[in-house]
Design a protein around this ligand. Structure first.
Ligand SMILES: NC(=O)c1ccc[n+]([C@@H]2O[C@H](COP(=O)([O-])OP(=O)(O)OC[C@H]3O[C@@H](n4cnc5c(N)ncnc54)[C@H](O)[C@@H]3O)[C@@H](O)[C@H]2O)c1
Length: 466
């Protein structure tokens, strides 16, 4: 089987070195032909991180040659917001045929990723997709098959691996600071701003986002697979919807027109944000996509409380939970090993003497240009029979803990630099992380543990491979 990550990075490395490429003769040098990129899915992530940021930071080495979306109004706004002059399309295949790109970036809603990943590869392009790779095991197998029959490259944009705090945890585990890992506790708390945001839009429907077991937890399972350095083999899970959806005391069509504005703690005025208004509200007439939907609407069919046990092929046992209506946003992880324990956490307010504005915190996390003071966050390494050590790690909040910009730099600026932490993710990583969430869903539905090997033809391994 091909090793996608290496394959992708090799091709980009060759670009950086100015060597003629199978995909076309271009290089990252500004006076030669640039990397030709198309983007499908001109929503907030596509136009921002994979759109305007690439234009602002990397225009000397790449150019957008096409944008595609099903919503023509959003496409028009996306083009002006990103500051590009390329043509726009509502038909993906037409875009590929007419623009002949080197690289397709996929930032559509999750349930449609497979369509553009597979078509992109089959039509002779390298593909970079946002997480999650896909939302069910059948689509996952179809992507695996497409990647194998293609001589092109597929990369999954797992940004969390690239934050310095998460990288430090990897370094501590890899250097055997606590011996062999035996079990892990990982708990993620989404607050009532960030958590609620998923219930306002398509993420609230399992047929669009695969539930937060896939949409959100793919980030966490990818980190865990990478940290534990093994593949998951079996999953048992519980989950329920007890806070959002039909549990709400009242409901309206959307926040703008709601008669419960004054009674609803979740009331959110999208019109206060010009960018979001232009991107979504102004273009509702084309596709009926309501960005400020009622999070108490009855159609919500995802879980808001999730808990799983995952057994890894190397015998590590993981206890995982995801909460979506916490008063604060933060997370904790602890690794038990044969020679000690590592504890790490971010943003647990009671462990700091500072008051955090939860609404501001969510905005900062999404901000790609945040100017920040240097901050340090602790990781505890506690060896058996010894006193504990505190490792203070430089921390950034903007752009997903500093992961976003480092991922860009790796892909577009320094692809040929060796990465000792093995952070670039390919199709196998993308698949293994969504398969845990897919298995968790199936476990809740069946009441049985689910074996990862039964979902696709990927065979879990005790030691992860790319
Ligand atoms: N890595 C991260 O931290 C991170 C952060 C945010 C979003 N994401 C991912 O980015 C993707 C986009 O998320 P978003 O928040 O920008 O969503 P969004 O709803 O703002 O954007 C999705 C866009 O896709 C378009 N679309 C939907 N179906 C389509 C189709 N069949 N063909 C063409 N266009 C289609 C929609 O019209 C919309 O413009 C998701 O997969 C999400 O998981 C990743």
């Amino acid at each position: 089987m091909k090793t996608s990550r290496r394959k992708f990075l090799t091709s980009i490395s060759l670009l950086a070195a100015g060597i003629a490429m199978p995909i076309s003769a271009f290089s990252f040098s500004s006076n030669k032909e640039k990397l030709k990129i198309v983007l499908v899915g001109t929503g907030i992530r596509g136009t921002g991180f994979w759109g305007k940021r690439l234009v602002d930071e990397f225009s000397d080495i790449l150019e957008f040659v096409g944008l595609c979306d099903i919503n023509p109004g959003r496409l028009k706004y996306a083009k002006s917001y990103m500051g590009v002059s390329c043509p726009t399309f509502v038909d993906f295949e037409k875009m590929i045929l007419e623009t002949k790109p080197d690289l397709v970036i996929v930032t559509t809603k999750d349930s449609t990723h497979h369509e553009f990943v597979i078509k992109g590869l089959d039509m002779g392009c390298d593909v970079l997709t946002e997480k999650p790779l896909t939302t069910d095991e059948t689509k996952c197998q179809a992507i695996l098959d497409a990647e194998r029959r293609s001589n092109k490259n597929l990369i999954v944009g797992f940004n969390y691996r690239w934050s310095p705090y998460n990288t430090k945890i990897k370094e501590l585990l890899r250097s055997n600071s606590i011996g062999k890992i035996t079990s892990v506790d990982f708990h993620w708390y989404l607050n009532t701003y960030h958590g609620a945001s998923y219930f306002r839009r398509w993420h609230g429907q399992r047929e669009s986002g695969g539930t937060l077991w896939v949409h959100k937890a793919t980030h966490h399972f990818d980190l865990l697979n990478w940290w534990i350095d093994s593949d998951p083999s079996e999953v048992f899970a519980y989950g329920d919807l007890e806070h959002y959806g039909e549990n709400g005391p009242f409901r309206g069509d959307n926040c703008r027109t709601c008669t419960h504005k004054n009674d609803c703690d979740y009331y959110w005025d999208i019109t206060k944000n010009e960018h979001l208004t232009k991107l979504y509200a102004d273009n509702e007439k084309y596709d009926g996509y309501i960005r400020d939907n009622c999070l108490f609407r009855k159609e919500i069919n995802i879980y808001d409380k999730m808990s799983a046990q995952v057994k890894y092929k190397n015998n590590v046992v993981l206890n995982y939970s995801l909460t979506t209506y916490s008063p604060f946003e933060g997370w904790r992880v602890a690794f038990n090993g044969t020679e000690g324990r590592i504890e790490a956490w971010l943003d647990i307010p009671y462990q700091k003497n500072e008051t955090v504005n939860q609404a501001e915190m969510h905005a900062k996390e999404m901000n790609q240009k945040l100017e920040e003071e240097a901050k340090f966050e602790p990781i505890i390494v506690h060896k058996l029979w010894k006193d504990y050590d505190v490792e203070n790690v430089a921390f950034e909040r903007g752009g997903h803990g500093g992961g976003d910009k480092r991922l860009h730099d790796k892909i577009f600026k320094t692809p040929n630099e060796a990465d000792e932490y093995d952070r670039a993710a390919g199709v196998r990583d993308g698949a293994m992380s969504v398969l845990i969430g897919i298995a968790a869903r199936k476990s809740i539905e069946s009441g049985e543990p689910i074996k990862i090997a039964e979902l696709t033809d990927l065979e879990p391994r005790a030691k992860r491979i790319q």
